[in-house]
Design a binder for this molecule. Structure first.
Ligand SMILES: Cc1cc2nc3c(=O)[nH]c(=O)nc-3n(C[C@H](O)[C@H](O)[C@H](O)COP(=O)(O)OP(=O)(O)OC[C@H]3O[C@@H](n4cnc5c(N)ncnc54)[C@H](O)[C@@H]3O)c2cc1C
Ligand SMILES: NC(=O)c1ccc[n+]([C@@H]2O[C@H](COP(=O)([O-])OP(=O)(O)OC[C@H]3O[C@@H](n4cnc5c(N)ncnc54)[C@H](OP(=O)(O)O)[C@@H]3O)[C@@H](O)[C@H]2O)c1
Ligand SMILES: Cc1cc2nc3c(=O)[nH]c(=O)nc-3n(C[C@H](O)[C@H](O)[C@H](O)COP(=O)(O)O)c2cc1C
Length: 598
């Protein structure tokens, strides 16, 4: 398999040399090289790091790094930043926002916030309380605090990077001094995040009157895996099975991928991210409409890498989602009066964007003489899609399994498919390859002992990580109290992994299971109805120290399940609604209530 320049940290010349060398290496040589690189990185840090360490000893202010992160991106950046500051001998404190005692805020000197936005412009789960406190009336004056905010988000959401914006604005209102402007990052956040980090480090290092600001700070952690987000592994598809039975309204697929020789590993709760390819018919329709030559090469990034138009529209650029930012940038290249007018009206733009793609845009606002080389200036990169891993690494070290619901819908006169789930359902066969990397999720981690009861709530594809977890418990021969709530539309056609659950119930690795098939009765029955029916027992499990996990739909299910948990705690614990909230927040703080919702 050849290394590709795109998504790798190497330039074209390095890639060519690596592509000549790598196929000639045997496994022993590869292992030796991997070990050598890892050892040389940890034994001899780059010159720049040493200089930073030497020159910044005068720095005295403590730097507090707080992160708000649900799926791990912000946490990873915060940890990288912490490593870099520590490497230059700075005093740091790093914490998730919920683990940080709000009362300590007044004592903070330099505050660096890295936060995502979730829900619809809401803070991530582990930032809710801190966000509420800071934006509330009890927040202290912060005149002596200096700060900077990095916000992660996704431009396709209405409230882009809202949580970061909230913190940034509020800290200023409270009197804190901004030492570096807030940076808002879209899904391909790496470059901007690094720029923000370097900017912040420059100010902090200048501050300590060193020459450190002139140094380039190394961006990658010492133990970078060989396959990663920027260098995905081309995994062979071993199985691609439709789990949904005859008559189902849905198509939910079970995918098995080979990880052989990848050196990739994962834990229950982690995700696998896939870089998908756009639908070739859609790509062709765009090229035809613009009357472009598919083979013409165009630049795809600032570094000057080039691809054919066909390849760029298939594998590099997102063409299925419109965002406000993209429309505003496109207007500068389209030379179309109607589009220029549309971008002046935010509400109309929002309405237009919904359910439309690049083909709609060029059909509705035909550009005059659009230069294909402009694409990199107004289209964003295709983001990888994450999927909760539904297998156990310990049980299948060479494989990874996923459970993927196919997204299909009809809008504005056309049938449409989700890019990734559509590709997998329509075009991927066993033997094909998918570019993947493991996305660790430190906020969705399970206990591995036989004394902690575990309650799992996972309707639909939300059941995926629980299959991985129970499979791992079986591998470890751990029998304890485990309780699964599963729901889907019909018992006959949508009981995902029914045989697996039945076997685990029989052999004791799963001790309880309650199911809710929503469309088998006149009234809809959902998982939370089953939870309410078993409220007494559920609460007694909580009293015995149970951990609760929720996975699946974020918009409706996770909110309703949260509400139901509050009701159960209130009712069974004989608590007021405020006390029930405090109880559930406490579980969150203790990492006994974790969610992976999307
Ligand atoms: C942490 C995490 C874990 C996840 N785990 C899983 C999992 O285990 N299994 C799983 O199946 N998914 C999972 N997902 C969701 C998954 O990542 C993808 O978002 C999902 O598969 C859709 O991707 P896609 O490329 O197929 O669709 P996309 O091309 O991204 O299309 C989806 C988009 O289409 C649009 N759309 C959909 N329906 C309509 C409509 N009716 N009208 C107008 N527009 C519409 C919406 O903008 C929607 O966001 C997870 C997500 C996260 C963040
Ligand atoms: N557009 C949306 O609002 C929306 C919502 C959920 C999922 N999705 C997408 O649909 C795809 C398939 O999802 P999936 O297979 O994981 O399953 P799902 O659509 O989430 O459905 C699983 C089960 O949950 C039920 N459900 C619906 N609303 C619920 C609620 N408020 N509380 C508890 N349960 C509820 C569903 O019932 P009914 O279907 O009978 O209502 C079904 O029985 C995914 O791509 C997901 O992102 C979209
Ligand atoms: C369910 C869900 C809802 C999201 N809502 C928003 C949003 O409202 N605004 C936004 O800018 N980004 C939104 N995002 C994008 C995340 O902020 C982005 O993926 C970020 O990189 C996640 O960082 P984390 O891994 O630290 O949680 C959402 C992501 C998910 C999965």
């Amino acid at each position: 398999m050849a290394l590709q320049v795109v998504n790798s940290p190497f330039d074209e010349r390095q890639t060519e040399i690596l592509n000549q060398l790598l196929p000639t290496l045997n496994d022993a040589q590869k292992n030796w090289l991997a070990g050598y690189l890892a050892a040389s990185q940890s034994a001899a840090p780059p010159e720049t790091t040493k200089q930073v360490t030497k020159t910044s000893e005068t720095a005295t202010r403590t730097i507090t790094i707080l992160y708000g992160s649900e799926t791990g991106n912000s946490q990873t950046i915060a940890e990288q930043l912490n490593d870099q500051l520590k490497a230059s001998d700075r005093k740091t404190v790093i914490s998730s926002m919920d683990d940080f005692k709000a009362k300590k805020l007044k004592e903070v000197e330099d505050l660096l916030i890295v936060t995502a936005t979730h829900g619809e412009g809401d803070p991530p789960d582990n930032a809710i309380q801190f966000h509420e406190f800071l934006l509330g009336r009890k927040a202290p004056k912060l005149d002596s605090v200096r700060f900077s905010v990095l916000s992660l988000g996704d431009e396709s959401y209405e409230h882009f990077c809202q949580t970061g914006k909230d913190f940034d604005k509020r800290l200023e209102e409270l009197g804190a001094t901004r030492i570096h402007p807030r940076v808002d990052c879209d899904v391909d956040y790496e470059e901007l995040a690094e720029e923000w980090m370097n900017g912040v480090l420059k100010v902090l290092n200048e501050d300590s009157q060193t020459q450190a600001s002139e140094q380039q700070v190394p961006s990658s952690p010492a133990e970078a895996p060989i396959y990663s987000k920027s260098n995905p592994y081309p995994a062979e598809v071993l199985e691609n099975i439709d789990l949904s039975g005859r008559g189902s309204n849905k198509e939910t697929r079970h995918i098995e991928l080979s990880l052989e020789n990848s050196n990739l590993s994962y834990e229950p709760g982690d995700c696998l991210a896939i870089y998908p390819k756009n639908n070739p018919e859609l790509v062709q329709a765009v090229i035809n409409k613009l009357d472009w030559n598919a083979e013409q090469t165009i630049p795809i990034n600032k570094q000057g890498e080039i691809r054919s138009i066909q390849e760029a529209l298939t594998s590099i650029f997102e063409i299925t989602k419109l965002t406000k930012g993209m429309l505003e940038k496109a207007a500068g290249f389209f030379d179309n009066e109607k589009l220029t007018k549309l971008i002046e009206d935010s509400d109309k733009m929002r309405e237009y964007i919904h359910g439309r793609d690049l083909l709609d845009l060029i059909l509705d606002f035909t550009p005059s003489n659009l230069d294909p080389a402009s694409l990199m200036h107004w289209l964003r990169k295709i983001p990888a899609r994450q999927y909760s891993i539904s297998s156990s690494y310990k049980a299948n070290p060479d494989e990874v399994h996923l459970t993927i619901a196919t997204v299909r819908y009809h809008t504005h006169g056309r049938d449409r498919h989700g890019v990734c789930s559509g590709e997998i359902a329509e075009r991927i066969q066993p033997g094909d390859q998918l570019n993947v990397y493991v996305h660790r999720n430190p906020n969705f981690k399970f206990p591995f002992d036989d004394s902690t009861p575990v309650i799992m709530i996972g309707p639909g594809t939300g059941v995926a990580p629980f299959r991985g977890y129970i499979e791992e418990r079986e591998e470890l021969e751990l029998k304890g109290k485990t309780w699964l709530f599963f729901g889907d539309q019909h018992f006959r056609s949508d009981f995902l992994y029914q045989v697996d659950w039945q076997n685990w119930l029989k052999n004791g690795y799963l001790s309880r299971m309650d199911v809710a098939f929503s469309r088998d009765s006149a009234e809809k029955i959902y998982v939370q109805h089953r939870m309410l029916e078993k409220a007494k027992e559920l609460f007694s499990w909580l009293e015995q120290g149970a951990h609760i996990y929720v996975c699946g739909d974020e918009k409706r299910m996770a909110k309703d399940v949260h509400q139901t948990l509050l009701t159960i705690i209130e009712q069974e614990g004989k608590l007021s609604s405020t006390e029930a909230e405090a109880f559930l927040n406490q579980l969150k703080q203790e990492k006994r209530y974790q969610r992976d919702v999307y």
